[in-house]
Unconditional design. Sequence first.
Length: 263
Amino acid sequence: MFQIKLNSLPDYFDEYNQPCYLLKQKKGLVEDRNDYLHIDALADGYVTAVSTTLRLWVSQQVSLAAAGRKVDMLEVGGATGVFFDWVKETACTYINIEPCPMLLDEKALERLKDSRYMCIKCSGEDIPLQDESVDIILAISSFDHIPDHRKALREIKRLLRKNGLFILTLNNRRSWWKSLLSGSDYLKKREELIAKDHYIQWSFSECESNLSQFFTIENMCTTTFFTFVPQVWRYVLPITNSIGESLFPKYGSNILVVCRNAD
């Protein structure tokens, strides 16, 4: 673990010697989440396939941004730090901001031994690091679990160096199939369930509008153009992604964004 100067003293250190700050957050934490909407999709491998696609896209954006250099990265909501493994060859340093206490498996413990990696247990709204600390900030399917998105965006902007990048993935509340179901009892019930552990549910346009208040958007698209259907999705998802990303770039189930801190 590398040494870093914190803006404030931690409230305590956990059993893994990670600095920890007390939270007031009431929902959205990993320990409180319920995968009730994804039980079958998890079991059948759909969630893993989609997650792999998102991580591959983010890792490609990191490589493009780094352009052969080693860069300082920070991930918001990185759980046990799995994504570090995807980009560690590009990382000069990698800070994982994960508010939840988590038991670490063998792989996670190995990450803590890596001199480039560290985890801070704190809120994404109040990160105890100095201004302009990092080159790239990542939020992979985690940003909608932060209570105050505007406060989090201000914090991300503060931490990024000039021309640094904020790369995120987010659920799209107006994917093509959700648009077809707009106004239905099924979709209303689904959105109510999602709201139990999510603070925001943005469409492509809403995401663009909110992010552009803080950053210059350099790349924005969507993916995942086929929802989970047992025994079918494995064959249809790659085809629909290929077609949808070209013809309907705003209507996939996952929004992908690269923002630049140009100010």
